[in-house]
Design a protein around this ligand. Structure first.
Ligand code: AMP
Ligand code: MG
Length: 472
């Protein structure tokens, strides 16, 4: 396990005050590690889980050569003459049972889709191409080649080979593939437990009476939704008031129960609150200004589930940098607040042990929360889930409007991507792009990604888009 300082030292030109988006992704990939606990699950419960092992095919699929069509099976050697063929029909092979008998030269077998091809037969003529003449069929010349309309044994999956690989997400198609191997259960990695709470004294929980200057907590719901879509177990901790004892209790309880903690708010520069101070006190945390819009401030690191004064983290070699903490005992000296003996929610402490949980301290603005989640938190959580899939590719779309963009930061504009008359993709922004304008996110079907070194976009220019698809 590397400390924040050790990871920072690996990044060329690391500048926490102006961290490029690409560096954030790289930093997080060095910070997190995949879970290892396994869960053997019945197939109906395994959708969206990550495979803990390769799935090895115990037999060939299909197990026999079989017909791909309703028609007549025969020995393709007869096609060598290049002329029309007349073959005598000597029986019918149905799917589900092997036909007993032999088919001699000049003969054929009526066969149904999926029926086993008897030995010596390798070609099927679909029934719509033949003329039936009593007990014989006529096949026109130059219609077929040897092997046509036959499915080969093992062409889908070969016995002893990996049908699926460790780290793959169980999609509907993959569930079906496992089922086709006759397996009732599958070995998965356990789901991630992610704790979330909102911070900020101006944040109202639903049901609270509105008051001047206060806003309802929307981040709790957007983050909940995005985590659920990923298959995470969400530990919802609501809104935590800006009081040291409450924040400390929340962080420790979250670190005991969860693999990761996500918070929103309280990480901006000049915030007059205790959130950052508590993160510093309880964890090994970096505070960043990311070169991006929206979503500049971010805190990332580990929070200990400390019950004692000793630090679970290796002592930092260099504690002089602004992102590092006072090392050693003082970091955890506070301990749990009075009366806090067991975490609320009743979850068992898990394998992370004294290491605690990964922290993603997101900004408060509702759009910034979603954008930073999609850009950074989601890939990091997928890595923690043990998922090895590459990120979905960005698509190219023609911009229907000009966009002002300063080189030196990554900008994520909310966009509506659609198909133009010629079938190519085009995109327009969803109006007001303010980082608090959640309706822009609700309308959009993707993010327009304007990269770090990119400048202004003219109407008609091609831009990259990240589609939301199933993510939000
Ligand atoms: P902060 O990052 O705490 O400075 O918050 C930035 C803006 O986001 C402020 O306008 C907050 O009112 C708003 N905000 C913070 N947390 C939430 C939340 N949980 N739900 C909705 N808006 C929020
Ligand atoms: Mg705030």
């Amino acid at each position: 396990m590397k400390t924040i300082d050790q990871i920072a030292a690996e990044l060329q030109g690391y500048d926490p005050q102006a961290l490029p988006a690409a560096d954030v992704a790289r930093f997080l990939s060095l910070l997190v590690t995949p879970v290892t606990e396994r869960l053997e699950l019945p197939l109906f419960e395994a959708l969206g889980r990550v495979l803990a092992d390769d799935v090895i095919s115990p037999f060939d699929v299909p197990p026999h050569d079989n017909s791909a069509m309703d028609g007549y099976a025969f020995d393709g050697a007869a096609l060598a003459s290049g002329t029309a063929l007349q073959l005598k029909v000597v029986g019918t092979a149905l799917a589900g049972k092997a036909w007993q008998g032999t088919v001699a030269a000049g003969q054929c077998l009526k066969i149904m889709t999926g029926a086993i091809m008897p030995a010596g037969l390798d070609t099927v003529v679909p029934q719509e191409f033949v003329t039936v003449l009593g007990d014989r069929i006529a096949i026109p010349p130059k219609l077929l080649q040897t092997g046509d309309n036959r499915r080969l044994r093992g062409e889908d999956l070969m016995q002893g080979r990996a049908a699926l690989s460790k780290g793959e997400l169980l999609t509907p198609a993959r569930l079906g593939l496992v089922a086709s191997l006759g397996m009732k259960t599958v070995s998965t990695l356990r789901p991630l437990r992610v704790a979330y709470f909102s911070t900020g004294d101006e944040i109202l929980s639903l049901g609270e009476t509105p008051r001047e200057g206060a806003v309802y907590d929307s981040n709790r719901y957007t983050v909940f939704g995005m985590l659920k879509r990923m298959g995470c177990e969400v530990i919802d901790m609501g809104v935590v008031r800006d009081e040291p004892a409450l924040l400390e209790a929340a962080f420790i309880s979250a670190a005991v129960q969860a693999d990761a903690i996500i918070t929103s708010g309280g990480v901006s520069v000049g915030e007059a609150d205790y959130t950052k101070a508590m993160m510093k006190q309880l964890g090994d945390v970096a505070f960043w200004r990311v070169a991006m819009r929206p979503g500049r401030p971010m805190a990332v690191g580990r929070i200990a589930q400390a019950k004692t004064g000793s630090s679970p983290f290796p002592t930092s070699a260099d504690s002089s940098q602004n992102h590092s903490n006072p090392s050693g005992a003082s970091r955890f000296a506070a301990g749990p607040p009075q009366g806090e003996t067991a975490p609320p929610g009743g979850s068992e402490p898990h394998e992370v042990g004294s290491v605690g949980a990964i922290l993603f301290g997101l900004p408060g603005n509702p759009v910034a929360v979603m954008v930073t989640f999609l850009a950074f938190v989601r890939p990091a959580l997928l890595q923690m889930m043990g998922c090895t899939a590459a990120a979905p590719p960005l698509l190219k779309a023609r911009s229907l409007e000009a966009m002002r963009k300063k080189p030196g930061r990554t900008e994520y504009q909310r966009g509506t991507v659609s198909s133009a008359a010629d079938g190519s993709l085009e995109v327009k922004t969803t109006g007001n792009q303010g980082s608090g304008v959640l309706s822009s996110m609700a309308q959009a079907n993707g993010l327009i990604v304007l990269h770090h070194s990119q400048g202004n976009v003219a109407t008609g220019d091609e831009v990259d888009v990240m589609m939301f698809d199933g993510c939000i």
